[in-house]
Design a protein around this ligand. Structure first.
Ligand SMILES: Nc1ncnc2c1ncn2[C@@H]1O[C@H](COP(=O)(O)OP(=O)(O)O)[C@@H](O)[C@H]1O
Ligand SMILES: [Mg+2]
Length: 221
């Protein structure tokens, strides 16, 4: 094993649904503080690739390593630990619990942390201020706008700062200004050392990323 393995490494991974082959022979390496955009036409398997890299789904072939650990077929117990400690997801809708308050949604980020009670208050406030959310933390998530929900999901990641951040079209449903805010916050995560993978149609996100993997081009399929 390397002394400093890449945060996320996949080699020769492939995925099919029945006879429908989505992608194969895919290699991905994202170092600490690195970013990779995944592009391709609708239906090319971007979301599936993000789910596979984030261990929400299995690949059919190949190997996935996170921080040097082979995680292609981990136990569900280990997978749950990785979700808590290592992997952060960001989906188009923000992946929030709709019926929970802002505060409850943020508190999920403290699982495994030693911060308790009042010690969490400034951390929550700081994260909300960073993403520009002004709603009270007693507000229910479903009362927030799409942009606010996405910001709240990012605030949660800013508290956790997981080594791996996987985002599926995080700016797709947003106006350009909000989208560029989201990119700025993803930059904060990256600058803090997170390795970021983002499936996207958005040219601004592709420009932002260090590297781009196009699932639609014949060379990569
Ligand atoms: N769980 C599933 N079972 C069967 N087919 C699926 C499943 N998830 C996605 N697909 C199909 O796989 C293809 C790729 O989907 P997806 O990864 O969402 O692509 P993209 O994000 O690039 O639009 C689509 O044709 C979709 O219908
Ligand atoms: Mg998709």
């Amino acid at each position: 094993m390397h002394l400093h393995p890449p945060v996320l490494h996949a080699s020769g991974i492939a995925k099919a649904y029945g006879s429908r082959r989505l992608w194969h022979g895919i290699d991905v390496t994202v170092p600490r503080g690195g970013s990779l955009a995944i592009t391709g036409p609708s239906g090319s398997g971007k979301s599936t690739l993000v789910r596979c890299l984030g261990l929400l789904e299995h690949v059919d072939m190949g190997r996935i390593e996170i921080l040097g650990e082979t995680v292609t077929h981990v136990t569900s117990r280990r997978r749950m630990q990785l979700y808590r400690s290592t992997i952060g997801h960001l989906f188009q809708n923000g992946a929030l619990e709709d019926t929970w308050t802002v505060r409850q949604n943020l508190d999920v980020a403290f699982i495994g942390s030693t911060l308790r009670g009042r010690a969490r208050v400034p951390v929550r406030q700081d994260a909300l201020a960073q993403v520009g959310i002004t709603a009270p933390d007693s507000a229910t998530a479903h009362t927030l706008s799409g942009g606010e929900r996405q910001r709240l999901a990012i605030a949660r990641l800013l508290i956790r700062r997981p080594p791996v951040v996987l985002a599926d079209e995080p700016t797709a449903a947003l106006d350009a200004a909000t989208g560029s805010d989201i990119l700025q916050r993803l930059s904060d995560l990256r600058d803090g050392g997170s390795a970021i993978v983002v499936a996207t149609h958005d040219p601004a996100v592709v420009d932002w990323a260090d590297e781009c993997l196009d699932l639609g081009s014949p060379v990569s399929r």
